[in-house]
Each structure stands twice: as C-alpha cells, then as structure tokens.
Design a protein around this ligand. Structure first.
Ligand code: CP
Length: 320
C-alpha cells in the first residue's frame, strides 16, 4: 500500500509519536561524523518544488542522501513547467520513471492531494499554498518536546499572518493531537475567514490582542509567523511599523514575556522578516530555538521518509 503525507489531520497520535521517536534516532545519525545509513538504498526520491524554499528543500535532500536514497531536485524554473507543461503531465512523467517518493511544494492549496491520486509514488506535502505544511508541524513538535517534554497542557501561542499560513494550519492540528493548548493571535485583517467555527471545532483559542494573551496566560512557546507579503495583494495593515507595534516580538515584548515565563521558547518557521514580525533580540536570544527547528527538520524528514517508504504502518492513518 502506497502511503502519503498530505495533511497533519491524517496523522493519529500513534503516527506522530512513532515519527518523533524515529526522528530522535535519526537525530543521532545527524550528530555522527559519518552521516550515512543504508535504510533507503535503492530508493529514488524526487523533490519537485514549484515555490522557493531554503530549509524544506535542502533538508529533504539531505535526509534522502543520509539514508542512501538517490535524490533529485526539480524546480518549476528549469523544468518543463516553464514551457507550459501541466502539473498532471509533469508528475505523470516523473511517475513513469518509477520513483519511490515525490516531495512536492506548490503554490496551489490541494495540489499535493491531487498529485497523490495521479501517481504510484508516495507523495509528501512540502507546503501547498495556504493549506498545509505537515513536516513543518512535526519538526516544530519535535523541537518543543526536546525542550519541554510531554506537550499535554502546554500553552503554545502562534502569532502573525494566519490568513496565509500553512504552518499555522498544520500546527494547530498536530498540537491538538499532542494535547497542547493553542492560542492564535492576528490582526482582524489576517485572521482566516470562518476562524470562530474552526477554532471551536479544533479546540484552539483566538485573539486580536497579543499583549493581553502574553499577560493573562504566558505561553510555554511563542511561535512568530512570517508576514507573507508575496501572497498579499492589498493592504492588510496600514504600515509595517504599525504591524510591529501591535504584533511583532519587539524587545520590550520579549522582556515582558521572559519576566512572566523565563523559560519560554521563541520559535519561527523561517524565513524571518527581522524587524517586522520578530526583532533581532528575540530571534537571537538564548530562548530562541529557531535553528534547533532547522536542525530537527532533517531528522524529522528522515523519519517521515522511513515511515512512508519502509516502516510498518502504525494506524495507517496517512494512507491515501
Ligand atoms: N519553513 C519553511 O518552509 O522554510 P522554506 O520556505 O525555506 O522551506
């Protein structure tokens, strides 16, 4: 049975636990001098990125290589996509070469789910439009657990451009699966439509007032999201300065947070807009685990490749 990872909703708690446990073993490989295991020898993985990426693409490539798979990177520019080839024809072409896994980033929400219906390879969603980024949520959970242990009852506050954030959408699902309490904060213009019904269904809180949330229920984790200016066609906030004053992790806001919760973790999926949603003082503070997130990205993606391509299914929850 071909297994895919398209949405964080496809992962049961057993699935997440199994992946994070495997990721811990893979992290040990990452710390070795010789970073190579034979687990995926003879397997071929194509990383097909229709949108730019630094962290996700390089970490999937490293993950595959360290597991001895043959990995090939394709991007829209430089592939026949730039000649007008459709997504369906492109992935059917790749599929005809009998690859084992297709890691896809695409600017259209739902593209990965569609591709999973067209190919025989395992499909991994590396970010589709504003829909989801499930391996980001897994590496975020891994980083939180490495620092905090069990996440049950821990308070995670996610702040910023929720409307355009696939990281937020996957994180609320995975964090709920692991029992964390989540509050999401954004200006009204960057709250997704229908957030009230959605937050009630998925069990997270919402607010427009970051300072009130930090004061009333100081978080164990404060995750700042990137303002995705490339996805914005209109004025979502009056000026960058006003956004920073209301929703940025500024130096005074960081000081207030750490006075209330000295061990709070500062997270950001990257890439960061320093000076907009996060100050340099916060990004580089001892409480920041932003580079730990990057490091966990390789181990978690090794674990995902392992579970999809050779591991035993846990609940089978992520089969398409
Ligand atoms: N967090 C993340 O997806 O970063 P990249 O866009 O660099 O892959």
């Amino acid at each position: 049975m071909t297994r895919h990872l398209i949405s964080s909703a496809d992962l049961t708690r057993d699935d997440v636990e199994a992946i994070l446990e495997t990721a811990a073993s893979m992290h040990d490989v990452q710390r070795r001098e010789v970073k190579k295991v034979p687990t995926l020898r003879g397997r071929t993985i194509i990383n097909f990125f229709f949108e730019d990426s630094t962290r996700t693409r390089s970490s999937f490539e490293i993950a595959g290589k360290w597991m001895s798979a043959d990995t090939i990177n394709l991007s829209a520019k430089g592939s026949s996509t730039s000649k007008g080839e459709s997504l369906r024809d492109s992935v059917a072409t790749i599929n005809a070469m009998a690859v084992d896994a297709l890691v896809i980033r695409h600017n259209q929400s739902g593209a990965c789910r569609q591709v999973a219906g067209w190919v025989g390879a395992s499909v991994i969603n590396a970010g589709d439009g504003t829909h989801e980024h499930p391996t980001q949520a897994l590496l975020d959970a891994y980083t939180m657990r490495a620092n905090l242990g069990d996440l049950t009852g821990r308070h995670v506050v996610i702040v910023g451009d929720l409307a355009h954030s696939r990281v937020f959408r996957s994180n609320v699902l995975t964090l709920a699966t692991l029992g964390a309490r989540v509050t999401v904060v954004a200006p009204p213009t960057l709250m997704p439509a229908g957030i009230a019904a959605w937050s009630a269904a998925d069990g997270f809180a919402t607010s427009w007032d970051l300072d009130a949330v930090l004061a009333d229920d100081p978080p164990d984790v404060l995750m700042m999201l990137r303002v995705q200016r490339e996805r914005m066609s209109g004025g979502y906030f009056p000026t960058p300065r006003e956004y920073t004053i209301g929703y940025g992790l500024t130096r005074p806001r960081l000081a207030a947070l750490l006075a209330a919760r000295p061990e709070a973790l500062i997270m950001h999926p990257g890439p960061m807009n320093r000076g907009l949603e996060i100050s340099a003082e916060a990004a580089d503070s001892p409480n920041s685990v932003i580079l730990d997130q990057v490091s966990a990205g390789v181990a978690v993606r090794m674990a995902v490749l392992y579970h999809l391509l050779v591991g035993e299914a846990t609940s089978g929850g992520y089969a398409a």
